[in-house]
Ligand binder design. Structure first.
Ligand SMILES: NC(=O)c1ccc[n+]([C@@H]2O[C@H](COP(=O)([O-])OP(=O)(O)OC[C@H]3O[C@@H](n4cnc5c(N)ncnc54)[C@H](OP(=O)(O)O)[C@@H]3O)[C@@H](O)[C@H]2O)c1
Length: 308
């Protein structure tokens, strides 16, 4: 494996001062960007609680990092498609010494259309269950600093007709009616941000957003079977050549969590062309996510749904 710690060491040593000797909870660590984040955090002497769906991969990562960095890593079973598992994982986390950071890295994209309990899966994994989980976690640890991994596609506009927002059923029907994968992905990221912006305002929680840029990860894995086989022969290889490595994408997440504070309306992501390649910096996120009235409507419907 390429030693990317070496490549970014001086940048990390210079810029990441707060994320050291902490207890950090994160999900998505078994994925491309998340495994890089976990490695950087281990290098910085943090103890980690990895919320993992794939326990075999989680254990492999734990073993590798503990051997290399001598930090403490716990694995807790976690699946955004199973609310009971989420509640169980929260009960386990309550017993840990006070964690200071939570990184929500889990996410799905490029998946075939699939309804779970009547809701398209992308919304459950990227928006509804994270909104439930993050709120519950903040109930237990109100001072924890939450970093949420979003995407540049969160700038997709959500429809604003009154009918859609008149009931959670109409809202879910609207979401399920979107057949384009990229649009579903972008809207799921938009809705999570809208919900959390309002939650942050209501309770004065520390919640930050980042988008990591574009890189080839398991997000584009052939096991997702979202496209014809030919797609998987060419596109992921091509992406590896064109876009940045996942370890560089991880830097945006580290910088976001590390900052003392981030201005309301700003997030952290790569600088430069299409904001997809460069080193991270703070700048404004899309005005589409800044509509307070719409964010309040989304918040109310999300709460209604999550209390069911
Ligand atoms: N790669 C990019 O170009 C890009 C661009 C913008 C934003 N992002 C965002 O970056 C984050 C990390 O993505 P990645 O590129 O590293 O993708 P990845 O390699 O596919 O990793 C995704 C992670 O999410 C986890 N996950 C998937 N479904 C889950 C579920 N039901 N419950 C809990 N965890 C689940 C996966 O766990 P398993 O190992 O069990 O599958 C994996 O750890 C995502 O939020 C993604 O939307 C990525």
């Amino acid at each position: 494996m390429k030693d990317y710690i070496k490549k970014y060491k001086s940048r990390i040593d210079k810029n990441i001062k707060n994320l050291s000797n902490q207890t950090i909870i994160l999900n998505g660590a078994t994925g491309g960007i998340g495994s890089s984040v976990s490695e950087f955090l281990s290098y910085l002497h943090n103890d980690l609680v990895l919320l993992a769906r794939n326990l075999k991969e989680g254990d492999k990562l734990k073993k590798r990092l503990e051997e290399k960095y001598h930090n403490k890593i716990e694995i807790v079973y976690f699946d955004y498609l199973d609310k009971n598992i989420l509640i169980e994982s929260l009960n386990k986390i309550k017993n840990y010494a006070k964690p200071t950071y939570f990184l929500n890295i889990s996410g799905i994209y490029h998946q075939p259309y699939s309804l779970t309990n009547g809701i398209e899966k992308t919304y459950l994994v990227n928006y509804l269950m994270p909104s439930f989980y993050i709120k519950e976690l903040l109930n237990v640890f109100p001072d924890i600093k939450v970093t949420v991994v979003s995407s540049i596609t969160s700038s997709f506009k959500v429809k604003t007709s009154n009918e859609i927002y008149s009931s959670s059923n109409n809202f879910i029907n609207y979401l399920n009616s979107i057949k384009n994968k990229t649009k579903r992905y972008g809207i799921s990221k938009h809705l999570l941000m809208s919900y959390l912006i309002k939650l942050k305002k209501e309770f004065n929680y520390d919640i930050r957003f980042t988008h990591p840029g574009v890189c080839a990860t398991n997000l584009f894995d052939k096991k997702n079977k979202a496209y014809p086989k030919l797609f998987y022969y060419f596109v992921p290889q091509l992406m590896k050549i064109i876009f940045m490595p996942k370890d560089k994408a991880a830097l945006s997440i580290l910088l976001t969590a590390n900052k003392e504070s981030i201005k309301d309306g700003n997030w952290i992501g790569p600088r430069g062309l299409f904001k997809a390649w460069g080193y991270p910096k703070e700048y404004k996120y899309s005005t589409n996510i800044k509509d307070d009235h719409l964010n309040s409507l989304i918040y109310t419907l999300t709460e209604e749904f999550n209390q069911k």
